[in-house]
Design a protein around this ligand. Sequence first.
Ligand code: ATP
Length: 488
Amino acid sequence: MSQAPATSLQDIISHAKEYGFVFPSSEIYDGLQAVYDYGQTGVELKNNLKTVWWKAMTQLHDNIVGIDAAIFMHPLTWKASGHVDGFNDPMIDNKDSKKRYRADQLLEGKAEEYREAGQPDKAQELLNEMGRLLGAEDLAGVRDLIIAEGIKCPVSGTANWTDVRQFNLMFSTQVGSVAEDASQIYLRPETAQGIFVNFLNVQKSGRMKVPFGIAQIGKAFRNEIVARQFTFRMREFEQMEMQFFVRPGSEMEWYNTWKEARMKFHKAIGLPAESLQYHDHEKLAHYANAAVDIEYKFPFGFREIEGIHSRTDFDLRNHQELSKKKQQYFDSEINQNYIPYVVETSVGADRLFLATFCNAYTRETVGEGEGQKERVYLKFHPALAPVKAAVLPLVKKDGLAEKAQSIAQLLKSSFRTVYDDNAAIGKRYTRQDLIGTPYCIAVDYQTMEDDTVTIRHRDSMEQERVHINELKDKIGYEVAMERILEAI
Ligand code: ATP
């Protein structure tokens, strides 16, 4: 058995579409850029990822509870959070190709070129200069730097650039049916603010004591200038965020705790240690006093899947100021009132999906000589797989089909099981491999005699013979979310 060549993003996109994981949105109209739909297998994988995250946060921690806040929020929320004034990306257009780019990404790309050419100092110098110019909001300086570095548009090949302009990433819309009464609101660009504005509601109604956390899974929307790399950068996506409210002064301790806990989570769901790394932020967001990304090695390089941020009391303090409602907590242990500090963990469900999918995609050559062939399968952790077991009668006649159907029926209430009697059994195994089903149960003539079946294991392709009565416990044990939660 040998490993086939490296997987490209195109392999991933094609496989995801062909086997019902991810489709381009409204594809019959040629799609909508950076918007995707999850298909019949994809939604199961994504739901499993969301469930395991939710359980890891709420079920494993006595002091973390969940909420589900609305996407629409009072417009002042986004003033307080800094998004109205500061949630911008610097963009630049090439006048010849009419293509739009993020100015910082063009410069980062150049720095990457320097690094690849063995000039890491030059790369760092460029990034520092870019950081300085962006920090000082010197957009003309950013444009000059792009020109001085000789950066050209990859489409037109020219350096005929427009000015650099700030572009706000929030989508806005109107609420109210009558034009005069309508007011502008935003589609939330992050789920976190739904948690901040409910901080006191949850604290009081749940009698929560600091330190405590609030977790949430929900959609977020960003009008990304350059949307590419499949579900890595979408305009509509889903976040899984947890805001952890702590006593001021203890935030660095909690920051380090969560930094480690979150890395452990990613390893527990099956992402290998060598494909994960931390990346400390050099330039901190306006609200943070420490920030780190957890990056996964995608086919296009190491990229962020999760951010862990120490957000100070920035959000609650600003909400207090704008709403004129106190956002304080009375800490009876130290007899003090304060606005809690916040450590946040924020992971994109879609990026986690993509990381899990890329990691699972396995291509290998099996067999010897003439019989050699390529085999593709998805090696998901059994608890994450869209389908846990497939029951396959060897042939349809002689009562085998009915027997297999009754076994599938028996297992369905415990875990997701499918029945398939279409085509040769080898083809049916392959079909299940391609969607990552960890167990295939074959029903043959011996089954009719002694109620035993074979279980074929996806990764090793090994088969074992077991009694029908053992199936529920045996497979149920392997596919339970508990297996992941125990490893966190
Ligand atoms: P990036 O630098 O890649 O734009 P970010 O630092 O702006 O990401 P955060 O604001 O920290 O991202 O959001 C937290 C998480 O939400 C990210 O780690 C990512 O998993 C997810 N996320 C953010 N933007 C997108 C997007 N456009 N598409 C898919 N997921 C996203």
